[in-house]
Write a protein that binds this ligand. Structure first.
Ligand code: PLP
Length: 636
């Protein structure tokens, strides 16, 4: 538990059971749990191969309930005279089954949706059917977007058009006149309160979206002139995602509350205050304002928003607005787990070296002496000596003064030195700066059956940290330290940053792969020569799926939706098969029939030239055609 900090980031959904497997409690504290390792085994028997994305609908529901519950509690605690009506930002995870679930789970709370683009508006308009729920229309808009949003009010959708650009005000006024329908309009303010961390530039005067205060005043005047100031009912802001410090959230709501009351004073019929997203996730479990964490609870978040808005409205004797939040990450991150297998490892070979004597090259004798001398007193110096001797050996080899065998001997001695030094370093409370990289240098590479670009793009794009850990063998001490390399032929296709207590570590504690014993090797029809070793990437349910790309043509992974049954078992609600090779080739405009025909023609040619036998040609064509209908990832 300590090693992977699961009780920090996993609570209340993920923990470790007595069998040493990860347990999932999809309903949080409300009972019912599943053994993740056993679940994966059962899914594999249904031909759902790894990498596999498992979505737990109950977690999604629990997150949504929690968000509503904290706002309800804060509203009661501060005697707030308004209500909370959240929306889910579709951009965070647009998968149909997930949005359908959200609409269903959200119905008792009149939970709505937020669209940030025209395609997302199409989703929201078709799927949202909760009578009082809101449909917040954000993002850049053209006339068609605005028309559609206004017309949708006729079919009972509570669309609110949030003005992000000054031209949109004119479009709205014109379309409202043309259609004879009065819309509900909001303005997105560029707050001066800046977010922090990765998405900090979402706010501030030079932010990409929203209106500056002078522009908001211009919008008010335009609407007033068009006799539409009664349509302006909402103020929105979004200061960035994953806000790790509560102070930033407080400053933003304080500033926004003042803008809200000023707008009401100017004559707008203000009713809604939309605080955007930003509610953070504790990816590393440290509960700090480190970027992978947050120093507040979800209850603190709701309390601060409710208290600040109430104070500002009370001071001006204004009715309290309906509070809207657009939390995406906080709702969707926990619900999915990506499980992937390890295909093999590459380890630094460390052997106890044979003694050296005067018959060997001086550089080898030096390395051997360094190796023999390593102690707690001199390990730092020994590291520098060993490194220098190794570099000299490489350069001597380059000039032809060292044979290949001698160079290999020198390298082995160097690794033996590093291993001895590392053993001492691990015992120390303080690690000197120059030895910090030793763990990294000595780490094994674990080859993972996944594409980082498809399944965890933010680890590559913005160095985001996700909790990653084995989902079984957790009753065994992990003896290895490794980094992960993915299947792509790209040196960026790796994960070498992992969560640590308020920090980043560059290795992950892992288990040595267990060789298959003779009997299981026989019964194992797969080519793998080790027992399966499964890792899970957790809290990746927000943004990763849609941002994932097809680098090297590794496609979407298999996905399943799992729901607990009242009797304590589970039901597979939906299976969404991952991309086949045929599908990914289609995305880049290949017609598989043409491809097969090309290969067939080539085999015919080779047959004519007697370069291939008929049997071989048949086999090749069969493999080719068969592969096209297969998963893009490796079969173990
Ligand atoms: N609302 C808007 C306007 C956004 O741009 C975003 C995403 O950055 C969100 C809501 C969701 O933010 P989060 O996932 O941090 O809750």
């Amino acid at each position: 538990e300590e090693l992977y900090r699961i009780s920090g980031w996993g609570d209340p959904y993920f923990s470790i059971n007595a069998a040493g497997h990860v347990t999932v409690s999809p309903r949080g504290d409300r009972g019912g749990s599943l053994d993740l390792y056993e679940l994966v085994k059962a899914l594999k028997l249904r031909n759902l191969h790894l990498p596999l994305l498992i979505r737990f609908s109950d977690i999604l529901q629990d997150r949504l309930e929690r968000l509503n519950a904290v706002f309800a509690k804060a509203i009661a605690r501060y005697n707030y005279n308004g209500i909370y009506r959240g929306v889910f930002p579709v951009k965070c995870n647009q998968q149909r089954h997930l949005i359908e679930d959200l609409v269903r789970f959200g119905a008792p709370h009149q939970f709505g949706l937020e669209a940030g683009s025209k395609p997302e508006l199409m989703i929201a308009l078709a799927l949202l059917d909760t009578p009082e729920a809101l449909l917040i229309c954000n993002g850049y808009k053209d006339r068609e977007y605005i028309q559609t949003a206004i017309l949708a009010r006729r079919m009972g959708q509570n669309t609110i058009i949030v003005l992000e650009q000054l031209e949109e005000v004119d479009y709205v006024i014109e379309e409202c006149r043309r259609l004879g329908i009065r819309p509900v309009v909001g303005v997105r303010a560029k707050l001066s309160t800046k977010g922090i961390g990765r998405w900090g530039t979402s706010a501030g005067d030079r932010a990409k979206f929203g209106l500056t205060l002078p522009e908001i005043l211009q919008a008010v005047e335009k609407l007033r002139a068009a006799e539409m100031l009664d349509c302006l009912q909402l103020l929105h802001y979004h200061i960035g995602s994953q806000i790790s410090a509560i102070s930033v959230i407080k400053n933003a709501i304080r500033e926004a509350s003042q803008i809200y009351v000023e707008l009401a004073q100017l004559g707008a019929a203000m009713q809604y205050l939309d605080v955007g997203g930003g509610l953070g996730i504790d990816y590393d479990g440290s509960k700090t304002n480190f970027y992978a964490s947050k120093n507040y609870s979800i209850q603190n978040y709701a309390n601060d928003i409710v208290a600040e808005v109430k104070e500002a409205c009370d001071e001006r004797n204004l009715p309290a607005p309906t509070l809207i939040s657009e939390s995406g990450r906080a709702i969707a991150a926990h619900q999915s787990v990506l499980v992937f297998d390890i295909l093999g490892t590459s380890d630094v070979t460390v052997e106890i070296p044979e003694p050296s004597d005067e018959s060997e090259h001086l550089i080898i004798q030096n390395l051997y002496e360094t190796y023999c001398s390593i102690s707690v007193e001199n390990y730092q110096e020994a590291f520098h000596d060993a490194t220098q001797f190794k570099e000299e050996a490489v350069s001597l080899f380059g000039f032809g003064y060292l044979s290949l065998t001698e160079r290999v001997r020198a390298e082995r001695l160097y690794w033996a030195c590093c291993a001895s030094i590392l053993a001492i370093v691990r015992q120390q409370d303080y690690v000197p700066d120059d030895l910090e990289d030793l763990e990294k240098i000595m780490a094994s590479i674990y080859y993972a059956n996944l594409s980082v670009f498809q399944s965890a793009p933010d680890t590559w794009a913005i160095d985001q940290l996700f909790p990653i850990m084995p989902i079984h063998r957790l009753d065994e001490e992990p003896t290895q330290r490794g980094t992960l390399a993915d299947l792509t032929c790209d040196s960026d296709g790796k994960i070498n940053q992992f969560i640590d207590l308020r920090d980043v570590k560059h290795i992950l504690e892992l288990h040595a792969l267990k060789p298959l014993n003779a009997s299981s090797a026989q019964s194992n029809s797969n080519a793998s020569n080790h027992e399966p070793y499964y890792l899970g990437l957790f809290l990746g349910g927000a943004y990763q799926e849609i941002m994932g790309n097809l680098h090297n043509l590794f496609g979407a992974t298999n996905a399943v939706h799992i729901q607990l049954t009242p009797k304590g078992g589970y039901r597979i609600e939906h299976v969404v098969k991952g991309d086949t090779m045929q599908a990914v080739l289609g995305y880049v405009q290949y017609d598989v029939e043409d491809l097969v025909e090309n290969v067939r023609r080539k085999t015919e040619q080779a047959l004519q030239e007697r370069k291939i036998t008929l049997d071989e040609a048949q086999q090749l064509l069969q493999n080719y055609e068969h592969s096209l209908s297969r998963y893009t990832y490796l079969s173990p």
